[in-house]
Ligand binder design. Structure first.
Ligand code: FE2
Ligand code: FE2
Length: 249
């Protein structure tokens, strides 16, 4: 059955990706950080992510317990949050609280979309993964979760909207609007290079691990916006290519 497309989603899907690049926020970010990938100002930790201490506000993690059950969010979100914490150390000029809240919430919307389409449409339908209807839906639903849970935790309206600006478009928009947006994007992509991300993604995509690692190296390393994330990805890749014996002579 073809899913019904709401007017709000249809409007988002119709936007030319080039329009985002011409958004004043994207252009200001480009001007502020002309060197890419953006050089780190602080320490860059590249060891196994499992060595990073638990992170994020316990009250927020508790508030999204139902959403953690969807699409392996209980694995994806904590690991992405750990990468985000490392990236905040490397870019101390970023608003750490904004980055951490946004990364913890960014995929909660997966819990509120048609579960029967999450893998089939989100990973295996061919074409551009960023343009799938379900991708737009999970971003819109994630903003609804943020607007529902954050005010009761004491966050004001302005902060909630800054979080939603990052969640809205985190997969489907090609460009970042701020350093915080960039750190969330990079943290979200970095989990693909870690063990649990490799295991889940190969299941979801149906790819063998050698093809998968070649694919993320080719497609996702160039997308990383920060130099710290590139270093983390390369180290994770090297470790897992050796561990999983994907480079046999
Ligand atoms: Fe997402
Ligand atoms: Fe994600």
């Amino acid at each position: 059955m073809t899913p019904e497309i709401s007017e709000e989603i249809a409007t988002r899907m119709a936007v030319d990706p080039q329009a985002h690049a011409e958004d004043p926020r994207a252009m200001a970010f480009e001007t502020e950080f002309p060197v890419r990938p953006i050089p780190a100002r602080g320490p860059v930790a590249t060891g196994p992510i499992s060595l990073t201490p638990a992170t994020g506000d316990d009250r927020l993690w508790r508030a999204i317990e139902p959403e953690l059950r969807a699409r392996a969010n209980d694995i994806h979100l904590p690991i992405s949050a750990a990468y985000a914490a490392r990236l905040c150390d490397a870019y101390p000029q970023a608003d750490r609280e904004l980055v951490m809240v946004a990364i913890i919430l960014h995929d909660t919307g997966w819990a509120h979309v048609d579960q029967s389409r999450v893998i089939s449409e989100g990973f295996r339908s061919g074409g551009d993964w960023r343009k799938q209807l379900i991708r737009f839906e999970h971003e819109v639903e994630g903003c609804k979760v943020a607007r529902r849970v954050l005010p009761s935790l004491g966050y004001d309206q302005a902060f909630v909207e800054r979080v939603c600006t990052i969640i809205d478009g985190h997969d489907t928009r090609l460009v970042a609007y701020s350093l915080e947006d960039a750190l969330v994007r990079d943290a979200d992509r970095l989990w693909r290079f870690d063990g649990p991300g490799i295991a889940l993604s190969t299941q979801w995509t149906g790819l063998d691990v050698t093809t998968y690692l070649d694919d993320v190296e080719r497609r996702f390393v160039p997308e990383l916006i920060t130099e710290a994330a590139v270093q983390m990805a390369r180290q994770d890749l090297d470790r897992h290519q050796a561990l999983l014996r994907t480079r046999l002579s």
